[in-house]
Design a protein. Structure first.
Length: 443
């Protein structure tokens, strides 16, 4: 299992190396696309900002003219009405024009649907007075909004304090107001919440003196949007824009992949599969070169190399056990060679159950096996191992429904007492095994 996991990791690593140049190129292209899309969005938001400023500046001009008219004819409502009609006919985004002597609205055009405002005291309205006071103190037109209007809807108020000269003394007379319909304003500037390409949002802080005004898609305020600040006197409007498909425009592609990307991913998968197949094949060949194909036990060469290497580790008792099947030729002659092969395979499985992880089993050829015991606490431990082997072999072997009794003969040697090299240990264990056979080994 560990080898398979390692092969998967190595195949992934090779595939990743193959992918890295393409991923770097893709990243560079993505960055370029983002910059291009941001430039286009910047141009769009700049155009919208410019239109907003132009429309709002027009209302500033109108309050200046109203100041002149009222100063010339403070009691002539007819002149004010005529001027108001002319303005509203020319600019449909202007919702109304009002005159408020001493801050109390006495005239508003058109009257319908604004009649509810007549008599409203702006000086005692906490949502309006701070802006009125600023207009009086600075003697300039002051914009307030967008804000919820008393008569309904969302309006932007452009107010200018009117001062009269009497006996060379200037005194506050009242306020002129030009009110702009916010929805009509944004529509005339091309700001549309249903825009197919972009999300748009507008944020204006404390438009009523207390809370911010937010219009449009509020998600723009948290995304990596482009922001344009529009300065309108002391007010700062923030206009946000963000593409509906994101800056990389991948919304219409499957997982953001184009045809070339898909082809490269397919090639990468093919490469991964090809590399993994070869790694697994190599691993299988490497394993096959070390084991006996029939039993899965180590072959002679691998077993011998490992034991010789391990015998160099001194200060521990090690042992070799040679095991041979008794009367194996009789089993072959009686039940057939396939049955004999089955007995050898099953014996290998049973022997492996008796061993610890650090011990080794090898098929030495034909019906002979050899076991390497890596570390013994004492020589007497070998008796327990021999008993375990006999106990495991004792139950009859089931070969295609036929029960075959199998016996084994064993011989063993200890390192370093019985020999200090592999050949010497094996030779003595083999001799002992033959001596322990009930009859001479069959050929």
């Amino acid at each position: 299992m560990q080898k398979k996991i390692f092969n998967i990791f190595l195949a992934f690593l090779i595939t990743l190396i193959f992918l890295l140049p393409y991923l770097a190129l893709k990243q560079a292209e993505t960055e370029k696309e983002i910059q291009r899309n941001k430039y286009i969005a910047s141009q769009k938001v700049n155009d919208i900002s410019q239109k907003l400023i132009e429309e709002l500046n027009k209302s500033l001009e109108y309050v200046e003219v109203l100041d002149i008219i009222v100063n010339s004819n403070p009691n002539s409502l007819e002149i004010i009405k005529t001027y108001s009609e002319m303005i509203l006919n020319k600019h449909d985004i202007i919702q109304n024009i009002a005159i408020a002597p001493n801050g109390i609205v006495q005239y508003i055009y058109p009257t319908v649907p604004n009649q509810i405002v007549i008599g409203h005291d702006l000086m005692n309205d906490p949502h309006r007075y701070p802006f009125i006071k600023k207009a009086i103190d600075e003697k300039n037109a002051i914009i307030q909004g967008p804000v919820e209007a008393i008569q309904g809807g969302v309006l932007i108020f452009n107010r200018k304090a009117i001062f009269m000269q009497e006996n060379d003394k200037e005194s506050f007379w009242g306020v002129s107001v030009v009110s702009i319909d916010f929805e009509k304003l944004v529509a005339s500037c091309g700001i549309n919440q249903e825009n197919e390409d972009y999300y748009l949002a507008l944020n204006v802080p404390k438009t009523d003196g207390f809370k911010d005004f937010i219009w449009g898609n509020s998600e723009c305020l948290t995304k990596e949007s482009i922001i344009r600040t529009i300065s309108l006197g002391d007010q700062k409007w923030e206009l946000f824009i963000y593409p509906r498909l994101g800056w990389t425009n991948t919304g219409n592609n499957w997982f953001g992949l184009g045809a070339a990307d898909g082809l490269y991913v397919l090639l990468s998968l093919i490469l991964f599969t090809f590399v993994l197949w070869h790694l697994n094949r190599y691993s299988q060949h490497a394993i096959a070169s070390k084991i006996d194909i029939m039993t899965g036990a180590l072959n002679k060469s691998t077993f011998r190399k490992y034991v010789i290497k391990n015998l160099k580790k001194k200060n521990k008792i090690q042992a070799l056990i040679v095991i041979d099947i008794d009367k194996f030729k009789t089993i072959n002659d009686t039940y057939g060679h396939l049955a004999g092969d089955h007995v050898i395979t099953e014996l290998a499985n049973r022997l492996m159950k008796t061993l610890k992880n650090q011990d080794l089993l090898s098929r030495w050829g034909g019906d002979e096996f050899i076991v390497y015991i890596n570390n013994l606490s004492s020589k007497s431990d070998i008796d327990n191992i021999i008993k375990r082997i006999h106990r495991e072999v004792q139950p009859p072997f089931n070969v295609d429904g036929r029960l075959i009794n199998v016996g084994v003969s064993l011989g063993y040697t200890f390192y370093p007492d019985d020999g200090v090299n592999y050949e010497e240990l094996y030779k003595k264990a083999d001799i002992m095994m033959y001596c322990n056979k009930p009859v001479k080994k069959e050929k």
